[in-house]
Design a binder for this molecule. Sequence first.
Ligand code: GLU
Ligand code: ZN
Length: 295
Amino acid sequence: MIGRFAPSPTGPLHLGSLYTALAGFLQARSQQGLWLLRIDDLDIPRNVKGSADSIQRTLEAFGLHWDGSIAFQSQHIEVYEYFINDLQVRELIYPCTCSRKELINNARGELHPDIYPGICRHREVKPDSDYALRIKTDFQNIDFQDQMQGFFSYDLARQYGDFVVKRKDNIIAYHFAVVIDDHLQQVNQIVRGHDLLAETPKQIYLQQLLGFYTPAYMHVPVIVDRQGYKLSKQTQAVAVALTSPGQVIFELLGLLKQRPPVELKQAPIAELLDWAIAHWKPTLLKNIQVVSCDF
Ligand code: GLU
Ligand code: ZN
């Protein structure tokens, strides 16, 4: 089994990401699997200097040691371009010059502006205009069984339309890059936050087009604060404090619905993690999408 944690370096690690990292770590280690670390640093405007280092330091401080060397997506641009080109040659990709405004006007309340109605599929691109690249979707359902959240079936063409694989600013879209990297790193089990569940069918579709194996998916709950807001960089979730990592892991295990014995509250972090690996029961989280955090 090969799993991975793939944070974007958009700030220090907050509790919500540490929670996902811990779940992925336990899932891998409990099966004697590998757990890789990849820094998803393609979205240059959102990258925050120094955060890749601070994420690594935080994981280390919490005893979440990864295997092998760290992969950086920014070092794989040529590989993404190779596969983009492959799909282009197969006429599965086309340039799109639509502006956000045009899409909102076009939708006129009937369609969600994020569901692309295929305007540019048959439109000539004006020379010198900026364009995104979109992938053609068809009316074929994408079905998958999430290991934690159950069965899902999506109609890509209806629910998303042709989606972007390379943005107008020339940045490779998230979906495209993760699919390529997970394939190259032979990741066969993806553990990540529930907020990414609805992105999964797009990724499975890309895997199918590229002839890649589809990994198993496990979407763990997201942590919300007392007001019910997801802990994320957008809500200015605070970076986790490194002063008492054992206590934080103990609390996070509780939020993962595991039941570490109270004696372990003061135990060294390695001992606590050993207990958690030996007793990891992801089924206790079945069908839970959100957990609220009050510490
Ligand atoms: N880099 C993505 C993020 O930070 C997660 C990638 C993934 O797990 O698929 O949201
Ligand atoms: Zn367009």
